[in-house]
Write a protein that binds this ligand. Structure first.
Ligand code: ZN
Length: 127
């Protein structure tokens, strides 16, 4: 991968990180509690659940993005954490924070779907 391509990906990662870091507006919805009408109460409960779910998804992604940026600093970016093969450029362009090549990601997803491994264990396996 050329320096320019690497730079483009780095910019994309940093933009994504900033976007995730600034999207904490969702948190305010979690704090809104008081509502007179029952309907409003239910609506807010729903909003809160959605907001919490979004936060979970956002913080997982944020971790992946930050991990990708630190791999860039360590110059191990683009190397699959499981098999040490280069992750195809096409995949990195589509998913700059990808930590695994496609076959390894599929393997991990299958393990995770089967309940055999969680995120942390996947990290240990790679280390
Ligand atoms: Zn791999």
């Amino acid at each position: 991968m050329s320096n320019k391509q690497m730079n483009d990906i780095k910019k994309a990662l940093e933009a994504k990180r900033d976007e995730l870091l600034t999207s904490t507006g969702d948190r305010e919805e979690i704090l809104i509690e008081h509502a007179a009408e029952e309907f409003d109460r239910l609506q807010q409960q729903l909003n809160r659940e959605v907001a919490i779910r979004n936060l979970d998804r956002g913080s997982t992604l944020l971790k992946q993005v930050q991990a990708a940026l630190s791999r860039m600093e360590e110059e191990t970016f683009g190397i699959c954490l499981r098999c040490d093969e280069a992750i195809p450029e096409r995949r990195l362009k589509a998913l700059p924070w990808a930590a695994y090549c496609v076959p390894c990601q599929e393997f991990i997803d299958r393990q995770r779907a089967a309940g055999a491994v969680d995120d942390d264990e996947a990290g240990d396996m790679a280390a």
